[in-house]
Design a binder for this molecule. Structure first.
Ligand SMILES: C[S@@+](CC[C@H](N)C(=O)[O-])C[C@H]1O[C@@H](n2cnc3c(N)ncnc32)[C@H](O)[C@@H]1O
Length: 227
């Protein structure tokens, strides 16, 4: 079995590697963070008091989550202590927690955002991660999981050549949905995304009609904890 990637080793060049891999689609790696957070913001209607980004890495999405949910307390967590150090420096006032230490109170988050984490979790541990997410959701709270699309050959090539994806085992939407469902969540929506680069704004409107087409660069699944 492949050794797990230690993201502590990539804090210095994470953004640069991401840029190297994705600049053909967008010259700014921030685009991907804003894009995902926008999807979540547009799908959450009820008041949000607490948001968790599980597996937040160096905190690239945190600023966008703060802007999208200005009234909410934002918390980031990860297993990489060095990544969390960077995230803390760049996001004053946000609480960042090491996953190894666990989290004191369950059932407190209205929204949990998870981007690019599950493919780094060894398949036998995915059910346990899903149960952790379920435990942390407030009743009626929603989790949004973004993952690489294994059906897209360009995505597969990026993953195969990215040093910090050396341990990646991509998962199909059906597997992700099964693990969330087995953890007790209710599935609400799945869509493929990232079809149209930002350089073609006139075609951006097409994205919302293409969620069914398994050719987007990534996909996302929304699930909720029953009340
Ligand atoms: C590709 S990075 C994505 C970081 C961030 N979500 C983003 O979009 O920039 C994957 C992150 O998942 C974290 N990770 C891997 N396994 C994890 C686990 N079991 N629990 C929490 N975080 C995990 C890694 O340490 C790493 O920071």
């Amino acid at each position: 079995m492949t050794e797990p990637v230690d993201f502590d080793q990539y804090v210095g060049n994470y953004n640069q590697l991401l840029r190297d891999q994705t600049s053909f689609f967008s010259p700014s790696e921030e685009y991907f963070a804003r894009y995902k957070v926008d999807i979540v913001r547009n799908r959450v209607r009820s008041p949000v008091q607490r948001v968790l980004e599980y597996g937040c890495g160096i905190g690239r999405n945190i600023r966008f989550l703060r802007n999208a949910f200005p009234e909410a307390e934002i918390v980031g967590s990860d297993i990489s202590c060095a990544s969390l150090e960077v995230a803390r420096k760049e996001n004053a006032g946000v609480q960042f927690l090491e996953e190894h230490n666990g989290m004191a109170s369950p059932g407190q988050f209205d929204v949990i955002f998870v981007a690019g984490v599950f493919h780094h979790v060894p398949p036998p541990q995915r059910e346990s991660v899903s149960k952790t997410l379920m435990d942390r959701l407030a009743p009626g709270g929603k989790v949004f999981v973004f993952e690489h699309n294994p059906y897209n050959p360009v995505t597969r090539r990026i993953v195969n050549t990215c040093p910090y994806d050396a341990d990646a085992v991509l998962l199909k939407p059906a597997e992700l949905k099964r693990t969330l469902k087995n953890a007790g969540m209710t599935l609400e929506k799945q869509a493929y995304c990232l079809f149209v680069p930002p350089s073609l704004p006139a075609l951006r409107g097409l994205e919302r009609h293409l969620g069914w087409l398994p050719l987007g660069g990534q996909y996302w699944v929304q699930a909720c904890r029953p009340r």
